[in-house]
Design a protein around this ligand. Structure first.
Ligand SMILES: [Cu+2]
Length: 492
């Protein structure tokens, strides 16, 4: 009797317990595999052609032999422009924050963010990266700068991760003025979070139409769960007199979208991702949604007698206070900024949209533990294949899984329509397009920078979970490999 009872006990408790352990282990393994995205070895240049390719002109079959060229041989051209040299040392550091806390961080030149690299439009920028002791290796990707393929800093695609004790020198021309940033693209979700990030500012040759007497660079990051603005845990206070123009450069180097409110004065969005907007209008009571990786340049004229406060709910301890006077009125129920009808079209821009030579559709979504593009993850996603000189239309659809700020390396693309409605305001050129659930965008990219380019969600948690793919020029090869064997894992 008692024997049977104990057998029953084993059956009724032991079997379910075993099942739970086995299922739990399977789920853990599945999650671990997906999270790590660790193929043994992948050549990111040699995928099958994407099925999304559309042939346009009759007889245009793209079947003649392409001459091949190695990504590493595509370098910056000669120029007589001034050379600006920098050195960045990546190292693990016990960082003393201004709130008294110490955090373990990975830093450039001892800080996170690293130093602000400030150059002039047209400069030849030479940056020597040295890795002191980051054991997985590091790289630097110049986010938003359309550098030559070999200088793009993607581990396993454009170079090997720079091992401890080694170095790599980046050279590129800062051809477009604007607000940019840099970060490691080896294990990017880990290394950006650990602190390997910084600002890159390309000043225009001339002051332009809207000169500002005060410039404020505001770099927001999430350093291992500590929110920082220019490396501080408190806000930023900037002096200024009534009537002065403030140019505010906002960079979101964290993973989540930041919605900025600007209280106390009207303002203009004068540039997005480093590209000026045409005839931007005055805004008030409007939230500015800055997606991960995006930059917004804002122009604010300081009012008389009132401070201007720039703040975001998700980083509420990091306000920017401009000027002096009484506290501004904080309006509730603010509208959301939309670039779809902001500013005015360029006069010379009345021509119809160019006919795309290729079209791709990217559905951003998620299933179980992976963030997907067209149902697949990372190296299982066929690349977008292009040729130099082509116009490539990409339709980006967010079907869920969060905000997906979609970043394409090596190019600025033009946004043509949102949810089927063409843009009516200023032309909008971006390198990172913020998409939220249910939205659909058509963008047009001119294939003018031959290479092998990553295209991924810039919520780096999402890219590490699979939302990362390639835009490859036909005939461009790489000798580098992504995977466990080489240790190059660009989006882990
Ligand atoms: Cu995403």
């Amino acid at each position: 009797m008692s024997k049977l009872t104990s057998k029953k006990r084993v059956f009724f408790f032991g079997v379910p317990a075993l099942l739970i352990i086995v299922i739990g282990a399977l789920i853990a393994i599945y999650f671990w595999q997906i999270r790590l995205q660790k193929p043994v070895e992948i050549n990111m240049a040699q995928h099958q052609h994407a099925s999304g390719e559309i042939m346009t002109a009759a007889g245009h079959h793209h079947n003649h032999v392409q001459q091949s060229i190695a990504c590493e041989s595509i370098v910056a051209g000669e120029t007589t422009a001034p050379t600006r040299e920098f050195e960045l040392l990546a190292a693990s550091t016990s960082l003393q924050l201004d709130n008294g806390k110490r955090v373990e961080a990975w830093t450039f030149n001892g800080g996170s963010p690293g130093p602000v690299l400030r150059v002039k439009e047209g400069d030849r920028v030479v940056v020597k990266l040295r890795n002191l002791d980051i054991k997985d290796g590091v790289t630097i990707h110049w986010h938003g700068v359309n550098v030559p393929c070999s200088q793009d800093g993607v581990a396993g695609v454009t170079q090997n991760a720079v091992a401890p004790g080694e170095q790599f020198t980046y050279t590129f021309i800062a051809s477009e003025p604007g607000t940019y940033w840099y970060h490691s693209h080896q294990m990017s979700s880990i290394q950006a979070k650990m602190g390997l990030v910084g600002s890159l500012i390309v000043e225009p040759k001339s002051a332009g139409e809207m000169p500002a007497s005060i410039e404020v660079n505001a770099f927001y990051q999430d350093l291992n769960s500590t929110q920082l603005l220019n490396g501080t845990t408190g806000g930023l206070t900037v002096e200024g007199k009534a009537g002065e123009q403030v140019k505010l450069r906002l960079t979101n180097a964290g993973n989540e979208t930041l919605h900025f409110a600007i209280d106390g004065a009207p303002f203009k969005v004068i540039a997005m991702d480093g590209h000026d907007l045409h005839e931007p209008g005055s805004l008030e009571n409007t939230l500015i949604p800055v997606g991960s990786g995006q930059r917004y340049d804002i122009l604010i004229q300081l009012p008389k007698g009132t401070k201007v406060i720039v703040h975001s709910d998700s980083m509420k301890n990091l306000p920017i206070t401009l000027g002096s006077g009484v506290e501004p009125v904080r309006a509730e129920n603010k509208g959301m900024f939309s670039f779809t009808d902001y500013g005015t079209p360029l006069l010379e821009d009345h021509s119809a949209k160019p006919t795309p030579d290729r079209s791709y559709e990217l559905i951003l979504s998620q299933s179980m533990f992976i963030k997907t593009i067209n149902g697949h993850a990372f190296h299982e996603i066929p690349p977008m294949s292009v040729r130099e000189g082509e116009y490539v239309q990409i339709t980006i659809i967010n079907e869920g899984g969060g905000d997906h700020p979609f970043h394409i390396h090596g190019h600025s693309f033009r946004v043509w329509s949102k949810n089927g409605i063409p843009l009516t305001g200023s032309p909008v050129y971006l390198d990172t397009l913020l998409t939220t659930k249910g939205e659909r965008y058509e963008i047009l990219l001119k294939a003018d920078n031959p290479g092998l380019w990553m295209a991924h969600c810039h919520n780096l948690e999402h890219s590490s979970m699979g939302m990362s793919m390639m835009l490859n020029y036909e005939g461009v090869t790489t000798s580098y490999r992504v995977g466990k064997r080489s240790g190059n894992l660009p989006d882990l």
